[in-house]
Write a protein that binds this ligand. Structure first.
Ligand code: SF4
Ligand code: SF4
Length: 124
């Protein structure tokens, strides 16, 4: 295994979430106008996902599933290459860290799509 803790192969999307710095999000919902591609387990936790010019979970200008928001929603505003003009992060992931987390997310998402996701596999 890589000695660099940050670039370990992570086994769950929950582990990815823990690598994302906290942001002080104003909840303006501007970023929720863009379609996203959550992993199957994330769709399960959100109770489904659809987009019709905005995310279905954007309700009254805020995220109705904030505690269960997916990887990409957590990443936005927390990376030096995905900065939000309206919120601040505890620290910003570097471009290299961001690429690595995205690479690992895509790997886990692809694995889930390949085997067919089952609600019993939702992370803990
Ligand atoms: S991340 Fe930024 S754009 Fe998205 S809801 Fe929060 S403050 Fe608004
Ligand atoms: S899940 Fe929440 S944070 Fe993510 S796009 Fe939808 S409303 Fe926005």
């Amino acid at each position: 295994m890589n000695e660099n803790h940050q670039f370990q192969t992570l086994k769950s999307i929950a582990e990815l979430y823990k690598r994302i710095p906290n942001t002080k999000c104003k909840g303006c919902g501007k970023c929720c106008q863009h379609a996203i591609q959550p992993a199957p387990e994330e769709v399960c936790r959100m109770g489904g996902y659809s987009w019709d010019g905005k995310c279905v979970h954007l309700v009254d200008g805020g995220c109705a599933v904030y505690e269960n928001r997916p990887f990409v929603c957590r990443l936005f505003g927390a990376s030096e290459v995905l900065q939000c003009d309206d919120c601040f992060a505890d620290r910003y992931l570097t471009a290299e860290e961001t690429s690595e987390l995205v690479r690992q997310f895509v790997r886990l998402k692809t694995e889930q799509e390949g085997v067919g996701h089952n609600n019993d596999t939702v992370l803990n």
